[in-house]
Design a protein around this ligand. Structure first.
Ligand code: L34
Length: 292
């Protein structure tokens, strides 16, 4: 079987069109959604993601406040900025791009963000609310993955899903969302990680594989059941002298080989990445709606 390739850019564009209408309505009603983006340091990948997020805000009419701080910013100064943004009525969402420089305690910063403005869904209050099935801001990458599956009519109810990776940003939350007793969940989920002994065997049983390991070629064709759905969350920069930038992006999946066995597969770039940004816009609009 040769897979149909899921076009994440197209799905993202559809959702952004829907959101644009909502932003226009909110703005007309006197509440223009606002997002504060905070970037500490000069990491090139983070810079490009943050720039893409700000551009996406602009395109659909969300107000964005750009806060770029030098790499040697103190934890205290960063916390003070977060406090200021917590109090700013123009701001409905605060995004502190991760990873932060090593001298800053990431969990302390995430804890400082007002849970009602935590559009990344990383604050323990939102994580907890999500786990117990209460309304919460859902983390953007996992929510984007689920939207891609739903909008491509992939059956989740009773599906065998294998998640590879146990990060707080992707693996743990996506697994949790998929086991919720809900039409957008109801799956049977296995989580594999670096200490798992039988990842390949687990994968071979899976109807859906979600690769979020952060390592190229984590999923090879021999690990994929004929007709499975493969979602590639990896974004790895690989040296490539033939490119002007000196690198190219690859996911965690051996795309060319796996696409010959899967029924549906996401590419990198152009798969999950654009959905991550879209779900951030979605959460910012949700947050503004609560204030309208
Ligand atoms: N706080 N930190 C916070 N929130 C997040 O949701 C993120 N993440 C991850 C890293 N740190 C974060 C992102 O935004 C990863 N991530 C992210 C966002 C967008 C894209 C990839 C990762 C993306 O748009 N990828 C494009 C290619 C971009 C390029 O060419 O460099 C794609 O098509 O996959």
């Amino acid at each position: 079987m040769t897979a149909k390739i899921i076009d994440g850019k197209e799905t993202a564009a559809q959702m952004r069109e829907e959101l644009k209408q909502q932003v226009a309505q909110l703005t007309a009603g006197g509440v223009r959604p606002g997002l504060a983006v905070v970037l500490v340091g000069e990491d090139p990948a983070s810079k490009s993601y943050v720039t893409a997020k700000e551009k996406a805000c602009e395109e659909i009419g969300i107000y964005s406040s750009d806060n770029r701080l030098p790499a040697d910013t103190s934890e205290k100064d960063l916390l003070a900025l977060v406090e200021k943004l917590n109090r700013d009525p123009r701001i409905h969402g605060i995004l502190v791009q991760l990873p932060l420089p090593k001298h800053i305690d990431e969990s302390k910063v995430l804890l400082a963000i007002d849970p009602d403005k935590d559009v990344d869904g990383f604050h323990p209050v939102n994580v907890g609310r999500m786990v117990v099935g209460q309304e919460a801001f859902l983390p953007c990458t996992p929510h984007g993955v689920i939207q891609l599956l739903l909008r491509h009519k992939v059956k989740l109810d009773g599906a065998e899903v294998v998640v590879i990776g146990r990060s707080n940003i992707v693996g743990k939350p996506v697994a949790n969302m998929l086991i919720q007793k809900s039409p957008t969940g109801n799956a049977t989920v296995t989580i594999c990680h670096t200490r798992s002994k039988h990842t390949a065997e687990h994968c071979r049983r899976a109807d859906i594989i979600i690769a979020a390991a952060g390592r190229p070629n984590t999923v090879t064709a021999d690990m994929v059941k004929e007709g499975a759905v493969v979602i590639d969350v990896g974004v790895n920069r690989i040296e490539d002298a033939s490119r002007k930038s000196g690198f190219r992006l690859v996911g965690d999946v051996d795309f060319n080989a796996v696409k010959e066995k899967a029924s549906l597969i996401t590419p990198v770039p152009g798969g999950v990445g654009p959905m991550t940004i879209t779900m951030l816009l979605y959460n910012t609009v949700q947050s503004a709606q609560r204030k309208s």
